[in-house]
Design a protein around this ligand. Structure first.
Ligand SMILES: Nc1ncnc2c1ncn2[C@@H]1O[C@H](COP(=O)(O)OP(=O)(O)O)[C@@H](O)[C@H]1O
Ligand SMILES: [Mg+2]
Length: 136
């Protein structure tokens, strides 16, 4: 099922999700450029108690934010040129330390991506003010 959401609705959904996550959750966020992955992830991070996630540099592969219960990691695998590069990431360290690991472009990490707790896909729609949110 794909739910059609405005940005405000998507962000509210993300914040609620962030507040309800179990420690150590790994969320995979799929979808085309501009589909809303980062917008959704930042809202999830806010729900996890992260303040000021928007100031992070966009060129980094791994962002580390301080959440309410511990570090929140935001990985943007768009930066990976091949899945083999994902082998260089310290996945064990991220899983050991992270209260949550939020992964954009998880498909680019291929088999190196640890099993996600939840997977979502964001969709572009004909209405430019709305996005489709799908649990996959
Ligand atoms: N309903 C919506 N949900 C999320 N983003 C939206 C929505 N409507 C418009 N937008 C805009 O679309 C863009 C989504 O960008 P972003 O979250 O960076 O996408 P991605 O990380 O998937 O490339 C933002 O500029 C945001 O303001
Ligand atoms: Mg993004």
């Amino acid at each position: 099922m794909i739910r059609t959401l405005t940005q405000a609705e998507l962000e509210a959904e993300g914040e609620t999700l962030g507040r309800s996550l179990q420690p150590g959750a790994l969320l995979a966020l799929e979808g085309e450029l501009g589909a809303g992955k980062t917008t959704f992830i930042k809202a999830i991070a806010r729900g996890l108690g992260v303040a000021g996630a928007a100031s992070s540099p966009t060129y980094a592969l791994v962002h580390r934010y301080a959440g309410r219960r511990g570090p929140v990691f935001h990985l943007d695998c768009f930066r990976l040129r091949s899945p083999a590069e994902a082998a260089d990431l310290d996945w064990e360290g991220l899983l050991a330390d992270g209260d949550a690991i939020l992964v954009e472009w998880p498909e680019r990490a291929g088999e190196w991506l640890p099993a996600p707790t939840r997977r979502f896909r964001l969709h572009h729609l004909a209405d430019p003010d709305r996005r489709g949110l799908e649990v996959v």
